[in-house]
Design a protein around this ligand. Sequence first.
Ligand code: PDD
Length: 288
Amino acid sequence: MSRTVYVNGEYLPEEEAKISIFDRGFLMADAVYEVTSVLGGKLIDFAGHAERLHRSLALLDMRQPVTDEELLAIHRELVARNGIEDGLVYLQVTRGNPGDRDFAFPDPDQVKAGIVLFTQSKPGLADNPAAKVGMKVISIPDIRWGRRDIKTVQLLYPSIGKMMAKKAGCDDAWFVEDEGVVTEGTSNNAYIVKGGKIVTRQLSEDILHGITRAAILRFAREAQMVVEERAFTVAEAQAADEAFVTSASAFVMPVVEIDGVALGSGEPGPVTRRLREIYLEESRKAAI
Ligand code: PDD
């Protein structure tokens, strides 16, 4: 069935939605995005995603083409029109269409930023069977650009990383740099658990500041768990009791194998399972 999508002020059937070939998102990957999950027809962590969108736009000197109130209303309207119970809302803001190809940014007073949103229905998103068995990951060099804290649509290398994982018979890849130090997953933040302590890389320009990460660390601390925000290596991860990743689409997803080495019991561990439970319970309660 055809979805209703949102393009620059209009709700349209997906077949009728069109973007110019001169759009800078298309030509230059000059665009930022957000993915917000939907559970029970409600948006999870919307305020966090809106805040990170502001930050990405500000860092790239782009303007938000609609107000925050409009942004929320568009999300809700698309969820309602497409009957989304569980799924995702994808949002992209591009620097727009200057009418030709040029490396220099157009004047934002002349060229308005473009905005596109669409939904993805994922029935049973919170009951993903992968959460029961856990994921196998490989490590690959992190050769992305140096501002991974800005959520741009430059996703070619993360896509290549997923394909490398697939080819190796695994589910995902963790990026590493500086002699095996883990930055993050292709589309998620990475964690290990050792002796009950949760370790995840500190925020910087090297990783995306995950909205799910912020929530998980808050819930973990509220539950009196010990959290250490620092870098860790693949070797340290392989010797950990548990590992997991977080993102808006996967929530908390166990990792049971890294580069062919099984972690702990080889099954999702108790800390990971507990954090997933808490996250789903608390974020459903706070959903809007
Ligand atoms: N990806 N790190 C990277 C590189 C990501 O692409 C993502 C999210 C995250 C987790 O961020 P959050 O918790 O805010 O979703 C970390 C989204 C889900 C995507 O590209 O589909």
